[in-house]
Design a protein around this ligand. Structure first.
Ligand SMILES: NC(=O)c1ccc[n+]([C@@H]2O[C@H](COP(=O)([O-])OP(=O)(O)OC[C@H]3O[C@@H](n4cnc5c(N)ncnc54)[C@H](O)[C@@H]3O)[C@@H](O)[C@H]2O)c1
Length: 596
């Protein structure tokens, strides 16, 4: 029989504590919610009220249920109010000494059988537990932000946590409608260990002006389907909390430089830019605590005129190549009303390409997404050719030939001779330096990367890569063209992995390393990222879809370019690729897909 938890104490009613109070009270548990001072208590109460009022306004909570929920919460200043609760969850700032002091005090105030839990994200639960005389009744209960929404709870057992305490807490999580994963006490547990290197890397991109905050966030949302971008997430977490978590992970997690907090973060915390809670972080919010972003001096002007500022007029577009990407790109431009010259190597390839585009457009008609007349008009706008000479009068060339530098360079040298002056030359390379391709022409100022995602007609994101030689007009033109295609163009520098792959693949590689270290299982790691962070797929699901060989190749390039030790490909990934376990396409990757 699991232990009954009828009254629970929550210490600290900030970003996490207020949400944790709501989770318990919503599920019929009485809560004693404590803070350090009257003003802090009032802030906590206001956060709870705002959150439950929002739930009522959205029709997710009945008025009577909200009132009952509030009646279950008793607010108090100081830990003495916790003398008769069954469980305490501490959610004060991420400082070991503070938490140890609070646990020593809780040990004194609470009944001997009370379970003492910490919501720490990165500190050692073991070190916190030894501040009490009952380390076997101390456990980590790590909720995710926002606690009322995110399904995951990481239950952290130390080497001395009693098994029945673990079982009781697991049963409690189920009662709260949460999904728990139970793990040992290691810095960052599962989700934060995989998340924070990525978040810190995104901050470094802002700091180095590699890409703008909106572009980084849009790239991860539109390119990977994440519920929010990394910088918006930093603002939600709180920059002070994020700083402390990174700092602890750096010190506890083997001094991986990727966890050394980016200096910008410390500066922002010092300047009081803490994220949503202070009304300003990477973005500016309507008021402290509000999720509503308001424009500030860094907000780009979104008007069509601003987008087109300095952009050249584009009417006719050449697309070179006949593979998957070229097929999709021809379709995208033709559907958007551009006159398209498609150039393939030879008549045969050109005919096949034409069929592929026709088939894809027909699919749109069958699915009711495209009118027959629009399909015919799109096809009418495309001319099919097997020679580059036809590109003499186009305004933009998009190259999507094989991913080999020598081939692309030769092509750009030819384009240089054939195309009229002022044309923008774009490469869709996903891994080669754009500057290498640009220098093969005599007009590097006109060369950009236009990195479409597969399938091009569906994916809403395009990375616009500017090299150190690209002119502002060429970048503006590329971005304006993306907008006319109905896509979001994000501008970034010319580095391996651009934005999306540079942020995504090291995280996937870290997940493999975590599995390799036997810290958790592929299922639990996938669960943690989906239910704790709202990712559409877990890392192992995604790796099997992307292909382990592809992931390994990208990771190798990132490693070779940056020489960051933490980017070294996971040996397990290399072994699986050597063994031919490449993912779904090989019917076996991290999971067995042979029966599907
Ligand atoms: N922010 C997140 O996304 C997130 C997610 C999961 C876990 N956590 C963890 O939760 C904990 C709290 O983080 P947060 O982001 O909610 O911090 P926060 O700064 O938003 O809130 C901390 C609260 O603790 C209160 N407090 C400070 N000293 C106290 C004391 N002696 N007694 C009672 N209350 C006291 C503060 O007044 C404040 O309201 C940290 O350990 C953090 O790592 C945070």
């Amino acid at each position: 029989m699991a232990r009954e938890f009828s009254t629970v104490g929550v210490v600290g009613l900030g970003t996490m504590g207020a949400g944790i109070v709501e989770v318990f009270a919503r599920n019929g548990v009485d809560v004693v919610a404590v803070e350090i001072s009257e003003p802090a208590l009032e802030r906590g109460r206001a956060t709870l009220t705002r959150s439950t009022d929002r739930a009522v306004a959205k029709g997710k909570l009945a008025v009577a249920d909200r009132d009952a929920l509030h009646e279950r919460v008793h607010f108090a200043v100081g830990l003495d109010a916790l003398h008769s609760v069954d469980l305490v969850i501490e959610a004060v700032p991420e400082h070991l000494d503070l938490k140890q002091r609070i646990f020593a005090e809780l040990d004194r105030v609470c009944r001997p059988e009370t379970i003492l839990a910490t919501n720490t994200s990165s500190l050692s639960v073991t070190e916190i537990s030894v501040a009490t005389t009952r380390p076997n009744q101390v456990i980590g209960i790590h909720f995710f932000n926002p606690a009322p929404v995110m399904k995951l709870v990481e239950v952290v057992r130390t080497v001395v946590t009693a098994p029945e305490v673990v079982a009781d807490v697991e049963a409690l999580c189920t009662r709260l409608g949460k999904v728990d994963v139970t793990i040992n006490d290691r810095a960052g547990f599962i989700a934060n260990a995989l998340l924070f290197g990525y978040l810190n890397h995104a901050v470094a991109m802002v700091e180095s002006h590699y890409a703008a905050r909106e572009d980084i966030d849009a790239a991860m949302k539109l390119g990977c389907g994440l519920p929010m971008g990394p910088l918006a997430l930093m603002d939600l977490i709180g920059l002070d909390t994020a700083y402390e978590i990174l700092d602890t992970m750096y010190r506890r997690g083997g001094r991986d430089r990727r966890h050394a907090p980016v200096p910008l973060l410390k500066q922002m915390v010092t300047a009081g830019l803490l994220g949503r809670k202070s009304g300003r972080g990477f973005y500016t919010y309507e008021r402290p605590g509000s999720p509503v972003v308001v424009p500030d001096e860094a907000t780009p002007l979104a008007t069509d005129a601003a987008l087109a500022d300095g952009a050249r007029a584009i009417a006719k577009v050449g697309v070179v190549g006949s593979g998957t990407m070229a097929t999709g790109i021809v379709e995208v431009f033709a559907k958007a009303g551009y006159e398209v010259v498609s150039v393939a190597r030879g008549q045969e390839k050109s005919a096949t390409l034409r069929e592929a585009v026709r088939t894809s457009l027909n699919k749109g008609v069958v699915r009711g997404r495209l009118a027959e007349a629009d399909r015919d008009a799109a096809l009418g706008r495309i001319s099919w050719s097997a020679t580059l000479d036809r590109l003499a009068d186009v305004d933009l060339v998009v190259e999507a030939v094989v991913e080999e530098l020598s081939v692309k360079k030769a092509l750009f040298a030819s384009l240089d001779e054939i195309c009229k002056p002022g044309v923008v030359l774009a490469t869709t390379t996903s891994s080669l330096p754009v500057i290498d391709v640009a220098m093969a022409s005599h007009r590097p100022a006109d060369v950009v990367g236009l990195h479409f995602f597969n399938p091009a007609p569906v994916m809403p994101l395009v990375e616009v890569v500017r090299t150190i030689r690209t002119s502002p007009e060429a970048t503006a033109t590329a971005r304006a063209v993306c907008a006319t295609l109905g896509k979001t163009g994000v501008v970034c520098g010319d580095r391996s992995g651009f934005i999306v792959n540079a942020l995504l693949f090291p995280y996937l590689n870290d997940a493999v390393k975590m599995l390799e270290a036997s810290y958790s299982t592929a299922d639990d790691i996938d669960h943690a990222m989906k239910l704790g962070c709202g990712y559409p797929m877990g890392p192992f699901e995604l790796l099997d879809v992307v292909g382990l060989d592809v992931a390994l190749a990208i990771q190798r390039e990132l490693y070779l370019e940056l020489r960051e030790p933490g980017f070294a490909p996971a040996p397990l990934l290399e072994h699986l690729v050597t063994a031919g376990y490449l993912g779904r396409k090989a019917r076996r990757g991290f999971r067995d897909h042979s029966h599907r």
